[in-house]
Design a protein around this ligand. Structure first.
Ligand code: UDP
Ligand code: MG
Length: 318
């Protein structure tokens, strides 16, 4: 493919019940591509594809309609709802051989489409991965802003390799996508996988905008599950934590034994109910906690060994 001069760029956008935003998003993405094509920056074969992640509303009807009306719009319909990460993966893997690079972007226009050009230019000068990094979180609610901050901090503490303030707005070159195809895991955490792949990278900064219409499909419950999935998919640190906690308690017990012997020697013994029962509860709690963490990983091994397919494609429109 004509990588150096006019690359074919694909934009992949997962959609779950996004009927309210799709009209606007498809028009904007089509306009961005048309403009870049007109200025000879990218090939006229460039496209934007909307991946319908098993929506229950008019999403697919609109995608089909837009694919008819607008030159550069395509659609991919998944058989059912598999979640943002897997829907995005479906789009990336399906179209990886039809473009020199793919850009993933949310359908709700929160990721500023104006930096697409900057991403493409960096790609053209030889960068394989361009991360979109948001400048500030002024438009997010107080709650979302702080839970997101917590998310990044936990990730960092747990030694997960992620880019700060980068969501899933990024450009990946064809060879990065080929590498991505080799990752067979079911518990997908793309933000962790892509930095793991390597190659040369760069960032572009943008302001995270307000959702164009509709509601967030990521309530706190899903966010927390996503963060936990990120940690347990990418680091064994929680398991190490178990060892550390175990060791600390062992050490504490040593000191307590020393104290008990000392108390016995001085005859200062009060037959204590508390000193017997409290450690029992304490240790019981710690053990349960540790079993829980180990169980999480076993659960993960269970879902990975089944090697189930991550998505099924219903149909596509071009
Ligand atoms: N999304 C999806 N499948 C889902 C949930 C969300 O494809 O099960 C898409 C959604 O349509 C959007 C993107 O993932 O394009 C990000 O979701 P959202 O904007 O709701 O998340 P937030 O920006 O609030 O974190
Ligand atoms: Mg959003």
């Amino acid at each position: 493919m004509e990588t150096t001069q006019k690359p074919i760029i694909g934009i992949v956008s997962p959609c779950y019940n996004e009927a309210l935003v799709l009209n606007e998003t498809s028009v904007q993405l089509n306009a961005v591509i048309t403009d870049l094509v007109a200025r000879d920056v990218i090939s006229e074969k460039s496209f934007a594809v909307f991946v319908d992640d098993g929506s229950q509303d008019q999403t697919w009807t609109i995608i089909e309609e837009k694919a008819q009306q607008l030159t550069h719009i395509k659609g991919l319909k998944l058989a059912g709802n598999v979640g943002h990460q897997k829907a995005l993966l479906a789009g990336l893997l399906t179209f990886k051989d039809e473009a020199d690079a793919l850009i993933s972007i949310d359908a709700d226009l929160q990721d500023d489409v104006r930096v697409i050009e900057a991403m493409v230019l960096k790609f053209k000068s030889g960068t394989d991965v361009v991360y979109g990094v948001r400048k500030e979180r002024a438009t997010d609610t107080f709650f979302k802003r702080n839970t997101a901050l917590l998310f990044y901090n936990i990730m960092k503490k747990m030694k997960v390799n992620i880019i700060h303030n980068h969501a899933d707005y990024r450009l990946c070159s064809n060879r990065v996508l080929k590498a991505l195809a080799d990752f067979g895991e079911v518990n997908l955490f793309l933000r962790g996988i892509i930095p793991t792949i390597g190659f040369n990278k760069d960032v572009v900064y943008y302001d995270r905008l307000e959702r164009f219409a509709g509601e967030s499909k990521y309530p706190f419950r899903k966010m927390a599950a996503f963060a936990w999935n990120g940690v347990t998919s990418f680091s064994n640190y929680p398991l190490k934590l178990v060892t550390i906690i175990g060791f600390a308690i062992f050490f504490l017990c040593l000191i307590m034994t020393g104290y008990a012997l000392f108390a016995l020697y001085t005859g200062n013994v009060v037959p204590g109910w508390l000193s017997t029962v409290l450690p029992m509860y304490f240790l019981g709690g710690v053990q349960l906690f540790c079993f829980g963490i180990i169980g999480e990983y076993i659960g993960k091994i269970y879902s990975e060994v089944k090697q189930r397919p991550r998505y099924f494609i219903d149909k596509r429109v071009d």
